[in-house]
Design a protein around this ligand. Structure first.
Ligand SMILES: [Fe+2]
Length: 380
């Protein structure tokens, strides 16, 4: 058996109504609550989660208005504002954007340097961050249990990853009741992101005996319950299972990394302003098709979890495509205004990240990227 490391230092609390125990959970870790900064988007305020925390933990300052896919500039603004209250603890409550921005700010507050200087550097922080409590209100990013955060670099039009084991949240409270209010399209997009974390980690060369278990169970849960949560937002059992799938997806990519689907989706996301999960949906099947024989065994295993017993990877991929289409995936990239003239952007940006592709089952050439994108522009 391959040797591996497994390091997820986050205390995970999972289940219905666990959010109501946030104060007890924070106390159980003896976290310093002298000055708490809450970071959130609009929905956490609208749904009165912030009011609840304020009643439980009175010494708080709220920093709301985190936008979708926050930029480096936005993170710098938040850093400046949050620094003014000298926080001893940051509670991040929201979707992946809120969690990621909070993780970057928590690290930037205790480390010398501008946020730009931390981007793309493995283990970029030398000092521990302000402790982070992550409370996801979507089921997708897995950020509540990863050492990753992704910002958008609007100057160079690329995604800006921040990677450090110091940015694992100390506590993550996963209460599926907080995901009930997610609109249908966000349920679909975030769920597809979670599914893709499981799949990309599963086919990764860095997959381990533990990450494979996370991936398999995550795929199984999302396959069965995401369509139910999509069809009936109030189906709490479905919400719960998808949230668990998302958590497992986060753990899987922590161990095994994501892959080419994420690389290409990030480009689509930044340049064409496509939400992360939707961009992911576009590339999942084309990238698996590109891996082909190099990931044949894994794709067949994914098929089994999807409920298809076949050795034929094409059959598995068409089943995954049907699943994505049911969840509202558009047919092709023309839908977002991508044309053949734009292929060069995908090729050059993806190739610049080739150094990150060591864990892929098959490393793409320029021509491979060109073919994947071209086929997807007008595919039926
Ligand atoms: Fe993702």
């Amino acid at each position: 058996m391959k040797t591996f490391k497994h390091h997820i230092p986050t205390k995970v609390v999972f289940g219905r109504k666990t959010f109501l125990k946030i104060r007890e959970e924070i106390q159980s870790l003896k976290l310093n609550t002298q000055s708490i900064a809450i970071v959130c988007g609009k929905s956490a305020i609208r749904n009165e989660y912030i009011d609840y925390i304020k009643k439980q933990l009175p010494i708080v300052e709220v920093f709301d208005g985190v936008p979708q896919d926050p930029s480096v500039e936005t993170a710098k603004e938040f850093k400046k504002k949050i620094a003014s209250v000298n926080p001893t603890l940051i509670i991040a409550i929201g979707g992946g954007s809120v969690l990621d921005l909070s993780k970057v700010v928590a690290g930037a507050l205790t480390n010398e340097g501008e946020i730009e200087e931390f981007i793309g550097i493995p283990e970029c922080f030398n000092n521990p961050t302000i402790p982070i409590v992550a409370v996801p209100t979507t089921s997708g990013s897995g950020s509540e249990v990863t050492p990753y955060a992704v910002l958008t670099n609007k100057v160079e039009w690329k995604k800006a990853p921040v990677i450090s084991s110091y940015i694992f949240p100390v506590l993550s409270i996963n209460d599926p009741e907080l995901t009930i209010s997610m609109p249908q399209h966000i349920t679909a997009n975030t769920g597809i992101d979670a599914l893709t974390h499981c799949i990309e980690a599963f086919v990764s060369k860095r997959a381990t005996s533990i990450s494979k278990l996370y991936s398999m169970e995550g795929i199984k849960l999302i396959r069965k319950y995401l369509p139910k949560a999509y069809g009936n937002p109030k189906d709490i059992e479905a919400r719960e299972k998808v949230m668990l799938g998302s958590l497992l997806g986060g753990m899987a990519i922590t161990d095994a990394g994501a892959g080419l689907v994420h690389t290409l989706a990030h480009i689509l996301g930044v340049i064409y302003d496509v939400p992360h999960g939707l961009a992911i949906a576009m590339f999942l099947v084309p990238v698996l098709k590109f891996y082909g024989l190099a990931a044949e065994k894994e794709i067949v295993e994914i098929g089994e979890v999807f409920g298809i017993k076949t050795e034929n990877t094409e059959t598995v991929l068409s089943e995954i495509e049907t699943f994505l289409k049911f969840l509202g995936k558009p047919d092709n990239l023309s839908f977002f205004g991508v044309s053949e003239q734009d292929i060069g952007n995908f090729v050059s940006i993806a190739m610049a990240k080739r150094f990150l592709m060591g864990n892929l089952p098959k490393i793409p050439t320029e021509k491979d990227i060109r073919v994947i994108v071209k086929n997807l522009i007008n595919s039926p």
